[in-house]
Design a protein around this ligand. Sequence first.
Ligand SMILES: [Zn+2]
Ligand SMILES: [Zn+2]
Length: 283
Amino acid sequence: MGRAVARLDRPGPHGSAAEVTTMPAALRRFLGHPRPPVLLGAVGAVAAVRALRGPIRRRDAVTAAVCLGAQPFVEWWVHRGLLHARPGGRLGSIGYQLAGHGHEQHHRDPTNLDTMFLRPREVTAGAAAGVAVAALAPPAAGTVAVCFGLGALAYDWTHFLIHTGIRPSGRYYRRVWHGHRLHHYRNERYWLGVTSPIADVVLRTSPTRDDVPVSPAALGASALTARHGRDRTDRPGRPGRRGWDVRTAGAAGTTGPGRVAGTAPGLRTATTDPRARGPYPPV
Ligand SMILES: [Zn+2]
Ligand SMILES: [Zn+2]
């Protein structure tokens, strides 16, 4: 079983999300990568088992609505508590092994598709639990399992899309796009929502960019991105008017040794360029 799962997770290299610049290409890349189809299959399996338990009733609709309301908070907690778990203490070490290490790699090189998606090992374990719940627990619990899977799918797709070279459009998507870019290039302790900014607003992890310090991890990611020069959506919208350089976001207010490697001399930073206050109103 372990070997079969390892075979699903072909090591790569799988390229960079920044190479993707259109929605059809994004869909092809998402489905062509070894990891997302495993998640799609897992969600399909749980949904099929739930369907065998009987028709969707009013109670399932209410359950699904509650799940939808809880999704931003579940995502926030998983991101903060599990994906950013660090070794130290029993719980921290378990979280780090489960998901923290993989997410740490993603923060080191945010557009790298080798470390972008949920891993088959965790997905198949979650699917086994979801199938068991859908088969044995009351049908509404199966509906919760399906909703959980759909939430994971929405997270994986949206997260990938944010890191592609597709320019953000639409107010809602611009907002989550902007928040996740700040999470990577400003400070990973904030802007933890990926599919929704609601939990960040409620739990006060959505400050104005300049109110939080640039973290060492954000500096590292900015430096790598600047070196690769491959995060091509760093100037969404109309250049010049809304130009906000993600690569300099990490360098804002930083001089001397902490200056981002690869930043071109004379390149305006967020603190010196009045146009570079962020492409969107402060979150
Ligand atoms: Zn990310
Ligand atoms: Zn993160």
